[in-house]
Design a protein around this ligand. Structure first.
Ligand SMILES: Cc1ncc(COP(=O)(O)O)c(C=O)c1O
Length: 284
């Protein structure tokens, strides 16, 4: 079994040696944030964007950022060096620390920082060739989906509904609009134009989403960031989901209905091909 390298509060160690108090506010309240970034051939993908989002999440929930930017960079670099795999998914979590259980912020707790570097799971070839199935789900999350918080109960329940319907992801629908997946962003193609929800408080600003928009510009494929009516999902030519681990993945079924002609579409094919070419050259 591959040993997973981890970091806990200033020390590097194998994952199984990490222990943390049950009074950590991450455990007791889900009071924390996280980040996940892929590493391709030992190079972290869009590291600066991931660290900026991490620092923003920390600030938005009013935790004192325990590290400087260069200390965060060093943490990521050290985990890469210590890991035997070249392709990794680095998970970083920051909580408000360990304190007697009380909802109000503790006066003197230091933030807890945990990180681990797991081998990056490859998207199965069958999913790439045939596309995946999605369901829609009522968005039961709070109103600050732009912060990458560890309290993910609404997302977990939605994804479990998807799994039970033999689908891989649930598209969150709020007030009649399809916003994003429970763990991914959403793209819809109609008549050659690509649509995705604008960056606001109702979606996570995905790093992969930004990368895909850059690729669309490069391919001269028109795109618009706008609200997507739920009904568009059932008349779309193509639907894609994007995330650090799924990259850009075509969906060929939604709520048991066939999307487009039932196969990953040509706009997806072009975008995915360029994605595979460019991901190794992404800035870090
Ligand atoms: C709710 C949600 N939206 C979008 C994304 C995609 O973000 P990224 O492309 O930065 O992985 C994620 C990733 O975990 C997510 O949880």
């Amino acid at each position: 079994m591959v040993q997973v390298q981890a970091f806990l509060n200033g020390e590097y160690m194998p994952l199984e040696e990490c222990h943390i108090s049950p009074l950590d506010r991450g455990f007791i309240f889900g009071d924390g944030i996280y980040e996940l970034l892929p590493v391709y051939k030992n190079k972290p993908f869009y590291l600066q964007q991931h660290l900026s989002r991490l620092e923003r999440s920390i600030g938005e929930i009013r935790i004192n950022n325990p590290y400087t930017k260069s200390e965060w960079e060093a943490l990521v670099e050290t985990l890469i060096q210590q890991s035997s795999d070249d392709n990794l998914a680095i998970y970083i979590q920051v909580t408000r620390g360990i304190a007697p259980r009380d909802h109000a912020f503790p006066k003197d707790a230091a933030a807890s920082v945990f990180a681990m570097a797991n081998p990056l799971a490859i998207v199965p070839q069958e999913q790439l060739q045939k596309g995946v199935a999605l369901i829609t789900a009522k968005d039961e999350r709070w109103q600050r989906c732009d912060i990458k918080v560890i309290s993910l109960l609404a997302n977990i329940l939605a994804i479990q509904d998807a799994v039970q319907a033999s689908a891989v992801e649930a598209i969150m629908v709020r007030n009649g609009f399809a916003l994003e997946g429970a763990a991914s962003n959403l793209f819809v193609v109609r008549d050659g134009e690509v649509f995705t929800h604008p960056k606001d408080n109702l979606i996570l600003p995905g790093i992969t989403r930004d990368f895909v928009l850059e690729l669309l510009s490069e391919l001269n494929i028109p795109y618009t960031e706008q609200l997507i009516p739920k009904e568009w999902l059932y008349s779309a030519d193509e639907i894609w989901i994007t995330s650090s681990t799924k990259e850009v993945l075509a969906a060929t079924k939604i709520d048991q209905q066939v999307v487009g002609n039932g196969a990953p579409g040509e706009v997806w094919e072009k975008t995915h091909a360029l994605y595979q070419q460019r991901k190794m050259q992404a800035p870090f």
